[in-house]
Design a protein around this ligand. Structure first.
Ligand SMILES: NC(=O)c1ccc[n+]([C@@H]2O[C@H](COP(=O)([O-])OP(=O)(O)OC[C@H]3O[C@@H](n4cnc5c(N)ncnc54)[C@H](OP(=O)(O)O)[C@@H]3O)[C@@H](O)[C@H]2O)c1
Length: 274
């Protein structure tokens, strides 16, 4: 985490879960940090917590911003640059999830998830790119998901937004090559955050049956892998042993992964056939 000492970092979704865990690690590492989210109350609580961890010379700021709005994203970038005196690292982490059968989801589930997860990433990155390109240095982190490289039952609204972030990151990486700006994509498995708790309320039993084998990680563990990957300029980082194994298998033996997951699903469906 030494890389982050004295660096200025902007992180969306910094008031909760993985984003807040990353902000805590960044503050402990000596970074100047701007956290962004919509809800003012949680932002204020998070900022107070971060201030208690920080040294007096560290600059910390909380910015109310809806990442799905490009104007708000540009305003948040301007506020960050003014408050921190520049920006070295931009992390697009804010996200929402919908987990339910495609036939139970309404139109808004698809549109809202795409606006926040995918377009929110695009607006966040584009708001800071002129600054990073001008100074010819910077790091960009994007929080996708295990569902950014494999789709499973119940995630028709969510997984495509996470795949879209990956396509965006791959194109962006090449546009950033000659600007000394690196791009890192993180693919967390189930992580113990308020988002996962909300997902579990609507999660179909089939989804629970097939995801039961994947261990839930603490947000601190995911945040550490994300920040280490950004510091090392790695393109792809996958937290957790099971996540890494799944990523490897899905790339090299996708048929085997589908066979195993379909097997769990069929077992559940046979047992509960009416
Ligand atoms: N938890 C998991 O199992 C898991 C697994 C894989 C990937 N991920 C990804 O990890 C990222 C963080 O998720 P998390 O689990 O840490 O969720 P979380 O605890 O629910 O936190 C989400 C954060 O994003 C903010 N946010 C939501 N909508 C926003 C918007 N429109 N504009 C600005 N901020 C917004 C929230 O604050 P406000 O609501 O106040 O705006 C909050 O700070 C997401 O991209 C998620 O898809 C999570």
């Amino acid at each position: 985490m030494d890389f982050y000492r004295g660096k200025a970092v902007y992180i969306t979704g910094g008031s909760s879960g993985i984003g807040l865990a990353a902000a805590r690690l960044l503050v402990r590492a000596g970074a100047h940090v701007a956290i962004a989210a919509r809800g003012k109350e949680r932002l204020d609580q998070a900022l107070a917590e971060l201030k208690a961890l920080a040294a007096p010379e560290q600059k910390l700021v909380a910015i109310a911003c809806d990442v799905s709005d490009p104007e708000e994203s540009r305003r948040a970038a301007a506020e960050t640059l003014a408050a921190l005196g520049g920006c070295d690292v931009v992390i697009a982490n804010a996200g929402v999830a919908h987990c339910m059968r495609i036939t139970d989801a309404d139109d808004d589930a698809f549109e809202h998830t795409m606006r926040v997860n995918y377009l929110g990433t695009v607006h966040t990155v584009r708001a800071f790119l002129p600054h990073l390109f001008e100074r010819r240095s910077g790091r960009i982190g994007i929080v996708s998901s295990l569902l950014g490289f494999m789709g499973t039952f119940g995630y028709t609204a969510y997984a495509p937004t996470k795949f879209a972030q990956v396509g965006f990151a791959e194109c962006l990486r090449q546009e950033c090559l000659d600007k000394n700006v690196s791009v890192t994509v993180c693919y967390p498995p189930d992580t113990d955050t308020p988002q996962l708790a909300a997902e579990n309320v609507t999660k179909p039993p089939e989804t629970k049956a097939i995801s039961g084998n994947v261990k839930t990680l603490p947000p601190e563990a995911v945040a550490e892998v994300l920040l280490t990957g950004i510091a090392r300029r790695k393109l792809n980082v996958v937290p957790g042993g099971m996540g890494k194994f799944t990523h490897f298998m899905k790339r090299h033996m996708p048929g085997v992964v589908n066979w195993v997951i379909d097997g769990d699903l069929k077992k559940y469906q046979r047992k509960h056939a009416s």
